[in-house]
Design a protein around this ligand. Sequence first.
Ligand SMILES: Cc1ncc(COP(=O)(O)O)c(C=O)c1O
Length: 369
Amino acid sequence: MEIKTVPFFNYPYVYSDDEDRILDIIADVGRRGAFIMQEDLTTIESNIASYCNTKYAVGVANATDGLQLGLMAGGIGKDDEVIFCSHTMVATASAIYFAGGVPVPINTNEAHTLDVEDIERVITPKTRAIMPTQLNGRISDMDAIQRLANKHNLLVFEDAAQALGARYKGQYAGTFGVASAISFYPAKTLGCLGDAGIVLTNDDEVYAKLLQLRDHGRDATGEVVSWGMNSRLDNLQAAILDFRFKSYKKTIQRRRAIASQYHSQLSHLNELKLPPSPDGEGDYFDVFQNYEVEAEDRDKLREFLSERGVGTILQWGGKAVHQFKKLGFTNSLPYTEALFEKMFLLPLHLAMSDDDVSYVAHCIDKYYR
Ligand SMILES: Cc1ncc(COP(=O)(O)O)c(C=O)c1O
């Protein structure tokens, strides 16, 4: 087999794929002098809100800020405990921390989302909320989470950074709780040329607070009415997102087609555990931000792939959030820790051809022969 190069992700492609159009957009925004909170921002906000079938979307500087501002606007504050899944980016926990709360990590499950069975174990009188991460473009079991939230009088927030367009029983990621945030980091399913994010909410009061919190605590007249931050989504990035969002359905179709192809070429291998196939998901519609697999001899397999030009990575550098002991976490989550010895991500991005996907699958197949 001839050696190919299939990088884990192709950052230059985020620009080069649409270079002419992007240069036009930069010129247009520049000539209009439309840099901060202009029409391009309100366009992406209203398009994302209507796509996700939610009342409001508020553009912010990045999803990490968005999660924090969503928690703050939703009433999470000093010493409130917020339960989250430890298989997530540290951003989920830092958002809780900087909102004044206490991040409480629990296990992930077989689908790599929040283990609902683990929630009640950590509930205390200080627990205020559950914040599942809709990881890898797949939604958590929201019915079960909502049932437990109702039973214990808890709020629900979502880290939907990886899940724009993912659905559970027809409902879109980011619309299940008080507030959520989606990321537009370049490698995300909808990526811009830098940092950006958006907060979703259905709640009028939360929406009004979000508008203030992202803009120095100012109301619509410019009067400062509360403490706030500067976390505005750059209008130039908004204009690029407006353009990219027009083809978002095709983007998701392509990501799901790659996942399907991996599934059909790899599912015969007992040594590898794959994510659910997009062709038999039942209640779930996944957008495949990532393709996360499990292999017992992961490190050797990754080395084999690397020697053949295939880039893979360990999500979060190979550690669950509670394993960052310098942040003060003292608990252990054996199931999650064992999973972190096996998991890794195969490349899945728009710069890949069907041949690239086949090549990755053939290399894996060869390893196990
Ligand atoms: C699960 C998760 N949460 C939060 C974030 C933070 O998003 P951002 O980089 O836009 O702050 C990311 C991604 O970067 C993520 O993957």
